[in-house]
Ligand binder design. Structure first.
Ligand SMILES: NC(=O)c1ccc[n+]([C@@H]2O[C@H](COP(=O)([O-])OP(=O)(O)OC[C@H]3O[C@@H](n4cnc5c(N)ncnc54)[C@H](O)[C@@H]3O)[C@@H](O)[C@H]2O)c1
Length: 358
């Protein structure tokens, strides 16, 4: 079992990673000073695989556990579904020392964290992420929230979990496309922070794609370390944390244009990373070889890299200019300066983007 400490003063917490950890969860929960009432929040898909085991273990340790299932899907990461969670917690009389346990992917983690941040002005919660994306990204860092009909992730709070408990065996039931999509964020960490990790991913592709337990544990650990390091330095995204958005400026615009249907998040980010690497080359920050290296790694993990034909540059620009980070028509981009390092470039113009299509 691997352990990482996320240093955030009195909000610090541990991330544990290992194969078969789910069955150990009750032991760790007992170490916290939670009241007897605990709620497990999940969806029917994940609950069907792992819920009974987790619930039974927690109940056996003497807790009075309630289960709240939210339907499976991004559209249920909503205020209406948060309300259902509040109602269940109130009906079961969860108190200020109760804890919520998020068992699922990023959708369940985000909505559970938000419910925990707001129920009785904030109670504890534990992340038990079961998708690769949630294990390497969304469960760490304390961004919680739900979608609004007028915008994704528009309602939320920074609220750190007390613990992140990662069982790598859960990836064995995850659909392959979801797994590959999560790898996109892993590649992102290599490009933005750690060339050695980038090289590791390249050299261990076959092991990773065949879900080799040691390779999975290592890549999740290294990803969590990188995210923790960045978040510890800038919890509320006033500066450094923005570098985690490498690939996301264009990636988000692609998701918006395609209505969040055609691409999984990591797939759109993969295209975004290659496009933003090309933009960096165009602006003279990296050479062609570095762009090719980044593209080769994305392609080798069976992720898309080329901009889909259906996306028109004008449309893409419009979506990016609506982004709140655009100031006087100049767009902020996180651009690679090398494999393992990025910088924030705030002077990207419309013409720079149009040129990408040539
Ligand atoms: N808070 C953050 O910092 C942050 C960062 C990135 C993304 N996010 C959010 O994360 C969400 C996406 O998360 P996601 O990609 O994990 O999607 P998801 O939570 O929708 O999970 C994807 C699918 O996999 C299923 N699933 C989950 N675990 C499984 C398992 N072990 N076996 C079989 N099926 C399983 C789910 O039921 C779902 O159908 C988005 O809402 C996004 O906004 C948040």
């Amino acid at each position: 079992m691997e352990k990482i400490r996320v240093e955030l003063g009195e909000r610090s917490y541990n991330i544990f990673i290992g194969r078969g950890l789910l069955k150990e969860i009750a032991k760790t929960i007992r170490r916290f000073d939670f009241s007897s009432k605990i709620a497990l929040i999940s969806n029917p898909t994940v609950y069907g695989f792992y819920g009974k085991e987790v619930s039974a273990a927690i109940r056996a340790s003497g807790h009075d556990l309630i289960e709240v299932l939210i339907p499976d899907g991004e559209e249920y990461k909503s205020l209406a579904d948060t309300e259902k969670i509040y109602r269940a917690l109130l009906e079961a009389k969860l108190d200020r020392r109760s804890a919520l346990i998020a068992l699922g992917g990023g959708v369940i983690g985000d909505i559970t964290g938000f419910a925990a941040a707001t129920y009785m002005r904030g109670i504890d919660f534990i992340q038990v992420p079961t998708t690769l994306l949630a294990q390497v990204d969304s469960s760490v860092g304390g961004k919680t929230g739900v979608n609004h009909p007028l915008g994704k992730n528009m309602i939320g709070a920074f609220w750190q979990p007390r613990l992140v408990w990662i069982d790598t065996a859960t990836l064995e039931t995850l659909p392959r496309r979801e797994f590959l999509s999560g790898l996109s964020e892993v590649i992102k960490y290599g490009v933005m922070w750690d060339e050695k990790f980038f090289a590791y991913l390249d050299a261990n592709r076959d092991k990773i794609l065949s879900l080799d337990p040691a390779a999975l544990t290592y890549l999740i650990k290294r990803s969590c370390e990188i995210k923790s390091e960045v978040v510890s330095k800038d919890e509320r995204e006033s500066g450094l944390r923005a570098i985690l958005n490498f690939g996301h400026t264009i990636g988000h615009a692609i998701e918006t244009i395609t209505g969040y249907k055609k691409y999984l998040h990591g797939e759109a980010v993969a295209v975004g990373m290659y496009m933003e690497a090309r933009l960096s080359h165009q602006l003279g920050f990296i050479d062609n070889k570095t762009v090719a290296r980044i593209k080769a790694l994305i392609d080798s993990f069976e992720l898309p890299s080329e901009m889909p034909d259906e996306i028109e540059m004008d449309n893409l620009l419009e979506k990016m200019q609506l982004d709140k980070k655009t100031v006087s028509g100049r767009m902020h981009f996180v651009l690679p300066e090398a494999v393992g390092s990025v910088k924030i470039h705030s002077e990207t113009t419309k013409e720079d983007i149009v040129k990408l299509a040539e």
